[in-house]
Design a protein around this ligand. Structure first.
Ligand code: FPP
Ligand code: MG
Length: 307
């Protein structure tokens, strides 16, 4: 069974919550409130995994917290922030495709794509401010600052072979911090402040593993995203391990380098690194009592080692 099928099987236990979420979601963009809505409606027709809402719903249920209006709004806000970052990231990376479709910046232009991302951010702000909860706002503003700084770091370090530790720090900032914001806010909403510290560690470790997995998957995908990264001088974990092993400081011929990379220990070292962070993430979930939602969270973690 492939990654997507296994993932779909795991999340069946929150099928009702996800259907409700998707329904509310498409209603927001299937309106004429703004001229950007049809553009965004079309953009969202290529579905992502909805991983942030999934984790928020599973963690809430694992803590015996019902998924209601507040959890839907939180999941919506984080899915908006996530997609705003992707739309802006595609401009920065000059990417032509995402989720098998043309990016907004390629299909239209970067002006409209900047505005589309900004619009999603405004929706996220609206949803977050509706909680009237300073803690949730603080968690999110801190995460967004780190996320943007992660991307700024990546910009200034481009064309440089960074160390694996710097790569992990960057991944923590640009990816894991948003998982942290969503999951810690789910604890706040459920009045489980006692669970915030463990949840934070879980989110950070899972988020780092997720980003490394994403970077490794790029190498084997037909999307040629890794070519864009290398052309932009961005070296991810498999490339860092490869270049270290071969004593290289730059990649000249991408095709040749990819063939050569597959002959080195780079892929196995990258998988080992994912394993280290997934193991920590699973350990961080020990505070949850055993139930089907906790087991689903663990199964999702394990997917990132197998897949
Ligand atoms: C995808 O990484 C990008 C991110 C996780 C963060 C991007 C952040 C910005 C562009 C800053 C803008 C921030 C806001 C709040 C609008 P990737 O390039 O490794 O993933 P990919 O392979 O899916 O493109
Ligand atoms: Mg990118």
């Amino acid at each position: 069974m492939d990654f997507t099928l296994k993932y779909k099987n795991i999340i069946k236990i929150i099928e009702i919550e996800l259907k409700e979420f998707e329904c509310r979601f498409s209603e927001r963009f299937n309106s004429h409130k703004s001229r950007i809505n049809p553009v965004l409606f079309e953009y969202f027709s290529a579905k992502g995994k909805l991983l942030r809402p999934v984790l928020i719903f599973l963690l809430s249920r694992a803590m015996n917290i019902a998924v209601e209006e507040s959890q839907f709004r939180l999941a919506f806000a984080d899915e908006m922030i996530h997609n705003a970052t992707l739309i802006h990231d595609d401009i920065i990376d000059s990417s032509k495709t995402r989720r098998g479709k043309e990016t907004l910046s390629y299909k239209y232009d970067s002006r409209l794509a900047v505005l589309a991302g900004d619009y999603l951010l405004s929706m996220a702000l609206g949803a977050l401010s509706s909680f009237n909860n300073e803690h949730i706002i603080q968690i999110h503003s801190g995460a967004i600052e780190k996320l943007i700084n992660g991307e700024i770091e990546q910009y200034f370090n481009r064309k440089e072979l960074i160390s694996i530790d710097s790569y992990i720090e960057k991944s923590k900032n640009k990816t894991a911090e948003l998982f942290k914001a969503g999951l810690c806010s789910a604890c706040v909403l459920g009045k489980r402040d006692d669970a915030i510290a463990d949840t934070e560690q879980f989110a950070l470790n899972f988020g780092i593993a997720f980003q490394i997995h994403n970077d490794l998957a790029d190498i084997f995908s037909s999307s040629l995203k890794f070519e864009e990264d290398i052309n932009n001088g961005i070296y991810t974990a498999p490339w860092i391990f490869y270049m270290e092993e071969r004593g290289l400081t730059a990649i000249d011929n991408i095709e040749e380098a990819l063939n050569d990379l597959k002959k080195t220990c780079s892929v196995s070292r990258t998988k080992e690194l994912i394993g280290v962070y997934i193991k920590k993430a699973i350990e961080n979930l020990e505070y949850l009592e055993d139930n089907q939602y906790k087991r689903a969270l663990i199964e999702i973690c394990r997917l990132y080692i197998e897949g």
